[in-house]
Design a protein around this ligand. Sequence first.
Ligand SMILES: [Zn+2]
Length: 261
Amino acid sequence: MNKKVLLWLVLIFLVIDGALLVYKITKPSKKHPTPIHKEKPHYKYSVFLTSDDGPLVGSRYLHQIIKDYEVPFTLFLVGKPVNSDSRLKPYLINYKNNCYAMLGNHSYSHANFHYKKFYTNPKGVVQDFLKNEKILDINFSVARLPGRNVWVLDNNHTKGEPNALKAAILLNKEHNYKVFGWDYELRHNGKGKVLKSVKEHYKRIKELLKNGKTYTKNQIVILMHDQMFTNDLSSKELGELILLLQDDEEIKLKKIDKYKF
Ligand SMILES: [Zn+2]
């Protein structure tokens, strides 16, 4: 074979190989939806998606959704389940490695689900949060109280049931935590189906923002729970809602540290 032919063969090989590589990179994957990333220079509303109680079994799905849709998310974590069940550890590691997620504190014990008793001892509540911070190695001072919709962002931004509020104020004053409640909740029917249609949720979120019915104007904090996402159906529903929000020129999705007050 003369040198010229050989050179041509090498060139052809390189072109085909390059084309295959480009195809491989750009080929849309069936499993991964395409996130909508718009510039939105004139957006009006900030939307904060948050989920509580992870890491639990549903965290596996939620982690994947957050990654697939490249969507800013805030996860308020509880330490006790993961500390007593090593099968949950990989979900915690996933969350820690998920660059779209911000990890916040939702207490160690989740009040053992006895909220009234829990909040009669505000100092005990603070200790429970500090224990969680240490065990899960949480680096951001953002928190949500278990079982109570309480806000304490600073001295002038406080709201909620008086006993729980005392604990939240301590967390804020002594440990610099910002405590976030929520404006709207996505619920499920216990069988992994999100209640109401995705479009209804989207409509309601826009209404609350337009009518100024949120804790602070033009911002909305949405609550959901990791345990809602234990199957592909509920994951798909959340994905649809995320796409609607990402596509909306008026809305920008953000992590909770971007909340303004
Ligand atoms: Zn909770």
